[in-house]
Design a protein around this ligand. Structure first.
Ligand SMILES: [Zn+2]
Length: 268
């Protein structure tokens, strides 16, 4: 199984859309791995996670064909993960398709948003709930509860295939006890974990900074949920975190954590 990190930036990307902070200025000047589009990923080229406003550009950049997707899983309803208006380009008059060529899995808020926007479309859409797993082709998917928006069932996603297990954990603060407890049932080969706040503290508890990522990873290692060969890769970096890509490499290297970057392909 592999996962491609299509975007590794937080809500307004890096450089920030209208950002005039040091991280944004550095990224504009240097490019490369310091450029981060909105967070999304693709498993084995077929299972798409989230649909941000940068999806077209990410597909063009990495020579991907969205017609290869068989499933689209949403983690939650924030605008950097759900560009509902972009979905219209899948169908007539933009294509000659008469149905959406992939199945959608989404929580209640995202289902409502899609079905309100496209009430007459033939869409295969299923409501996902935390701790209520589903099977999509060869994949076992288990949404688990993230700490992100108080009145919404925001998901992190455990994805299993061929005996390999990954946890894709974007847009979460420190998980609730029920999630940590649930994770004891798993042995992860890969953890992709968000690091929105970089070096900084945030008043919002729905994201992680570098120290919090290290804390969570240490708990998972102590519990045996992460094993010796598990890889840990970060995503969803914000420009307010005061961390360039090299700063993240330096901060995480002693902890065997790899900063993710746009286009990164991880095989497990
Ligand atoms: Zn986000």
């Amino acid at each position: 199984m592999n996962i491609r990190l299509l975007g590794t930036g937080a809500a307004d990307g890096i450089p920030g859309f209208f950002g005039n902070d040091s991280v944004s200025r550095y990224a504009r000047a240097h490019g490369g791995k310091d450029i981060r589009t909105r967070t999304a990923a693709l498993v084995d080229g077929v299972l798409k996670i989230d649909f941000p406003p940068d999806t077209l550009m990410q597909s063009q950049r990495d020579s991907l064909d969205p017609l290869d997707w068989t499933g689209l899983i949403f983690t939650h309803s924030d605008d950097d993960h759900v560009a509902v208006n972009e979905l219209q380009y899948a169908l007539f008059p933009f294509t000659d398709l008469d149905h959406l060529p992939y199945t959608i899995y989404a929580n209640r808020q995202v289902c409502e948003e899609i079905l309100t926007r496209y009430p007459d479309w033939p869409i295969e859409i299923f409501e996902s709930k935390s701790f209520d797993g589903f099977v999509h082709g060869p994949y076992k998917v288990m949404p688990i509860k993230a700490t992100h928006i108080e009145d919404e069932d925001c998901h992190n996603l455990i994805i299993e295939k061929d005996g390999k297990v990954m946890l894709y954990a974007t847009d979460t603060g420190i998980w609730p006890a029920v999630t940590f407890e649930f994770l004891k049932n798993y042995r992860l080969d890969l953890l992709v974990i968000e690091c929105t706040d970089g070096f900084n503290e945030s008043v919002y508890n729905g994201h992680l900074n570098i120290q919090a990522v290290i804390k969570v990873v240490n708990i998972l290692r102590a519990e045996g949920i992460l094993h010796e060969k598990s890889r840990v890769v970060t995503t969803h970096h914000g420009h307010h975190g005061d961390a360039n890509h090299q700063d993240l490499i330096n901060a995480f290297a002693p902890h065997q954590i790899e900063p993710g970057f746009d286009g990164m392909l991880i095989e497990i």
